[in-house]
Design a protein around this ligand. Structure first.
Ligand code: SF4
Length: 1018
């Protein structure tokens, strides 16, 4: 019996030759070995392609071949370790091995996973711990390699001590059993197809099998630069293992009708070759941005499907499908194209994975509130609104630990509670496993969603359910590790590391009827009619190759073990690109990005130029002829390209010209009506007009409730005048801010309360501070401020403490200034913080100020009155640095002072001679400003002796009265608009306040602005 070779380049019929030979051997129980489960499914289909069941053939992966050999030879192979158990043993081995050079990195997350991978590679290369130790000792400066050998040996000791096996030890035992009983396998023929490389362990098994049976290996090789990466395998099989070539297959030029594809397959990477004219077999796609590229590919696929091509005849090849594939899959899904992403995604890339990893951290000793928030945010079963409240508490420093945060919830987060209540490390890991299933399933609880349906508004994402199952199984296996000898019980840190290292298949099941998105390694197993080789960027394809974090290339060279040397990466990348270029039968698409989403240039892969060098006499002309370009300006597909009603609506809304017209016709057929005014296209039914302005309010119940409002405040009216839409959002929608309440508001409240108490019970003889007692006033103020702050339930942050200290100084300055004044005016104790319009709440309430159909209510800080008379000045404390004078009061739509002076006159029976804002926070000029009667500003007027700035703030009696009545009329007009729900975007003076942050709600494009809107006729 012998080791036989079928040798041939791509498109030479190697798969067909293997199948022919397999069929011919059906009476001898043949076994075909292929790389993956998908390859098994494909060969099973091909075997039965002629309509006859192929009974007698077995198709397996290499792992299963080891099992078959062990079974045939009755090899003593202990039960296998699962992946998490193996990882746990690696961790235990690391903890038990004294390390020097690796001691730091051994403590880092990911070390165990990297070591686990390396041990797997060493086992496949048949390098034992003793071999590695000996090579390390022999190598100059091999201390680090020696430590790795120690770790490797410690792991194998733990594995053997636990009475378990792994892939490496199972292969060694199977090989030993086969060597001891060569006849046990019998004459059962073995065929091997689809492997680019074979490990030492695999070669050893094939050699032993070939001693008693025919073993036929198909090798993808011809003497070409593109296939150089496979030359070593062929040479070894021939020279070291004595394999004989039984079929040397030639290139089959009839595999395609496209001359360009044939030429690319034969001549890619060869020097000094002829060129062929461009034809329909090659298409280039240049796009701007990752999403733009995915959409360009998706739209081309849409055209192919529209032309009758079956989805499974189309393949998208990506060098990094785990990284770039999710975007392509998502875009195809949005375009209504069925797709299967054949890639393993990190578990941490799923919502379930992220939620569990964050839960591990939150429940651990070093858990932080942010971890719990991340867990809840990624748990689709938790209402985002509830998490917003928790995040608000964290942002406001109201919860500084996981316990404090969880305690704010009526029923603390269930998964966290279960883990915290679990008795011991393994129980915690099991509780986490339970959470994995529930997090994945809870969002669909009590529904029976089918793929793609949205029974409760949440789309069914099968990958999330698979992630839940994968995580649960992994954690359940991990929880058992403590039962293995010398293995500590795993806890949450181990679980976190295991979850971080785990992956989940993005797609499972048959890809029949779907566009496949996959890596070049998976592409090589079969042909496709149309192949898109996408994400052709410099640094991506050709890639730079993975660097082993533990055993780098220098270490491998130093050790001198040939089985550990790696392929030349450039050969491997050329081989993989040739795989992609040689698989399509009808057309090859090469797609790349010319820039990122922000327009920064991105370099395309040099492989594109390698292809263009084979096409046409002038590569630039060929590129121009074959290339389609999609720029950043093409943000949405055109109406012609749209594959769904939604995409069509977007295209029509933004599209112009012929495209827009076509789209309108198509939308009309879908029952969506359109109205065209000049160049402006509006959707009048079916789809909401995205350009519509908000307001006025139209809901009858809301309008009725607005009309019922009888009592308004000056503050509210002033807010309305600033911008009615800003008022609506701030006052009515009242969005809760995550960040703490604005400190000036809180500080203002504290100072107002302290000043009210101070003047209500003066610490001296007079109602205001005098030079002789101002120190007592200041001391009393500070006591009162401490008292009101103590009574406040809001937290005292460092910022607030600083603000309070500053305000103490400022108020003391105000008291000093007041003590210096010689005014005869005195605050009336019964008019401090005087509320009006609150009704029965206050027996002394003077009543509301009538303003037509509604009334005003409010609270006046302080009213100073002349001794024995009724002339009065209204005082309002502001903690700001500057306060408005009379001109600003008019220009900025301020009403408070004027309306309060009307209250003073009409409800309190006093004669208002002025209203003043007191700028407590001012650094320079601390004098109050507002509006006063000029007639009281003279030497015999009541403002004498009061240190006020009257420059420009004094009004003649008539102007003064006009100001009060003007404010009344303005208040009535705006109050009525408010009560009628007449909200719109109407910032005062046409300019939005720089502090307004509601653009996302009022949908005003800041860049466009109100002026532009007006210009456009709105
Ligand atoms: S952004 Fe301008 S228009 Fe919009 S609510 Fe604020 S102030 Fe009003």
């Amino acid at each position: 019996m012998s080791l036989q070779l079928i040798v041939g380049p791509p498109n030479s019929g190697r798969a067909g030759e293997i199948l022919t030979r397999l069929r011919a051997a059906l009476d001898r129980d043949p076994l075909l070995v292929v790389p993956t489960g998908d390859d098994i499914a494909r060969f099973e289909r091909d075997l039965c392609a002629d309509g006859h069941a192929a009974i007698g053939a077995t198709i397996r992966t290499f792992g299963s071949l080891t099992d078959e050999i062990a079974l045939a030879t009755a090899a003593d192979v202990p039960p296998p370790l699962t992946a998490p158990q193996r990882l746990a043993l690696v961790r235990a081995a690391t903890a038990a091995t004294p390390l020097r050079l690796l001691s730091r990195s051994a403590r880092s997350t990911g070390f165990a996973s990297a070591l686990d991978l390396l041990i797997g590679e060493l086992q496949a290369a048949l390098v034992s711990p003793a071999d590695l130790r000996a090579a390390s000792v022999a190598a100059e400066g091999g201390e680090l390699e020696l430590e790795i050998a120690g770790l490797y040996g410690a792991y194998e000791s733990l594995r053997d001590g636990a009475g378990r096996s792994d892939a490496g030890s199972a292969a060694v035992r199977a090989a030993a059993a086969l060597r001891a009983t060569p006849g046990a396998w019998g004459k059962r023929p073995v065929f091997v197809y689809g492997f680019d490389d074979l490990t030492e362990s695999q070669l050893e098994l094939l050699e032993l099998l070939a001693a008693g049976a025919d073993v036929t290996v198909a090798v993808n090789y011809a003497d070409r630069k593109a296939l150089a990466a496979r030359a070593t395998l062929l040479a070894r099989l021939r020279d070291e293992f004595g394999a004989v070539t039984v079929a040397d297959l030639g290139f089959d030029p009839d595999y395609t009708r496209q001359r360009s594809l044939r030429h690319i397959d034969r001549q890619l990477f060869e020097a000094g070759v002829e060129t062929v004219p461009p034809d329909d077999g090659l298409q280039l796609l240049e796009s701007a941005g990752s999403r733009g590229e995915a959409e360009a590919v998706g739209l081309e696929i849409g055209r192919l499907l529209d032309a009758g091509v079956e989805p499974h005849d189309i393949v998208v090849a990506l060098r990094r499908p785990s990284v770039d594939g999710p975007l392509f899959a998502a875009v195809l899904r949005e375009l209504g194209v069925p797709a299967a992403l054949e890639a393993e995604l990190p578990l941490s890339a799923t919502a379930v994975g992220r939620s569990l990893i964050a839960l591990c951290r939150a429940a651990g000793d070093d858990g932080e509130p942010g971890d719990l928030l991340a867990h809840l945010r990624a748990d689709p079963s938790v209402a985002p609104g509830a998490v917003d409240w928790l995040e608000r508490a964290v942002a406001r420093r109201e919860a500084g630990s996981v316990e404090e945060l969880a305690g704010r919830w009526e029923t603390p987060p269930v998964h966290l509670s279960r883990i915290q209540e679990a008795g011991g490390p393994s129980a915690r890991v099991l509780a986490l496993a339970g959470a994995a299933r529930r997090v994945a399933e809870a969002v669909h609880a009590e529904t029976a969603p089918l793929a793609g349906e949205r029974p409760n508004g949440t789309p069914l994402a099968p990958v999330e359910l698979r992630a839940g199952v994968a995580a649960a199984e992994l954690l359940e296996e991990l929880a058992l590790v403590g039962a293995l000898p010398d293995c500590p019980e795993p806890d949450l840190a181990d679980a976190e590391e295991a979850l971080e290292a785990a992956g989940v298949r993005a797609w499972r099941g048959s890809s029949e009827g779907r566009v496949r998105i996959l890596s070049p390694y998976r592409v090589r197993a079969g042909q496709a009619r149309y192949l898109f080789c996408a994400a052709m960027q410099e640094g991506v394809f050709p890639g730079r190759g993975a660097i082993d974090p533990l055993l780098g290339e220098e270490s491998r060279a130093r050790l001198g073990i040939s089985a550990l040397r790696r392929q030349e990466q450039s050969d491997e990348e050329r081989y993989l690109f040739h795989v992609c270029a040689s698989r399509p039968v009808d057309r090859l698409y090469l797609s790349w990005r010319s820039s990122d989403e922000d327009g920064h240039p991105a370099a395309r892969s040099p492989f594109v130029d390698e292809v263009l060098d084979l096409i046409g006499s002038d590569p630039e002309a060929a590129e121009k002829a074959l290339k389609r370009t999609r720029t950043l300006a093409q943000a949405v597909p055109s109406a012609r390209e749209a594959t769904t009603p939604r995409a069509l609506a977007r295209a029509v809304t933004l599209g112009t010209g012929r495209d827009g017209e076509r789209g309108r016709e198509a939308l009309s057929a879908l029952g969506v009506d359109l109205a065209v005014t000049g160049d402006v296209l509006a959707l009048t039914s079916g789809i909401p007009d995205p350009g519509a302005k908000p307001g006025p309010l139209s809901n009858p119940r809301v309008l009725a409730a607005m009309k019922e409002r009888r009592l308004l405040s000056a503050n509210s009216l002033e807010g309305w005048i600033q911008c009615s839409y800003q008022w609506f959002v701030d006052h009515e929608l009242a969005p809760q801010r995550l960040e703490p309440e604005a400190d000036p508001l809180w500080l203002g409240g504290m100072v107002h309360a302290a000043l009210d108490r101070l003047y209500a019970k003066p610490p001296g003889e007079d109602a205001i501070p005098r030079p002789g007692d101002v120190r007592a006033w200041k001391a009393r103020f500070n006591e009162l401020l401490d008292a009101v702050v103590d009574e406040s339930e809001s937290p005292r942050t460092p910022d607030r403490r600083l603000g309070l200290a500053r305000l103490r100084i400022q108020v003391e300055g105000f008291l000093d200034a007041e003590a210096e004044g010689t005014t005869v005016l005195r605050p009336r104790a019964d008019l401090l913080e005087r509320g009006f319009g609150f009704g029965e709440e206050d027996a002394d309430d003077p009543g509301e100020l009538r303003l037509g159909e509604f009334a005003l209510r409010g609270r006046i800080d302080r009213i100073d009155v002349e001794p024995g008379g009724n002339r009065a000045v209204l005082r309002d404390y502001k903690t700001s640095k500057a306060v408005p004078g009379v001109r600003t009061i008019a220009n900025e739509g301020k009403l408070q002072l004027q309306l309060y002076m009307l209250v003073v006159r009409e409800r309190l029976g006093l004669d208002p001679i002025g209203g003043l804002y007191q700028p407590l926070g001012a650094y320079g000029d601390k004098r109050p400003r507002g509006m006063v009667r000029r007639s009281e500003c003279g030497d015999d007027g009541l403002f004498r002796g009061l240190d006020i700035s009257v420059k420009g703030d004094a009004l003649d009696d008539e102007e003064f009265e006009d100001a009060l009545e003007g404010a009344r009329a303005r208040a009535i007009g705006n109050g009525e608009r408010m009560r009628a729900g007449d909200i719109t975007r109407d910032p005062l003076g046409g300019v939005c306040s720089e502090y307004c942050t509601f653009q996302p709600i009022c949908r005003l494009e800041r860049a466009l602005g109100l002026d532009e809107e007006t210009k456009n006729g709105e």
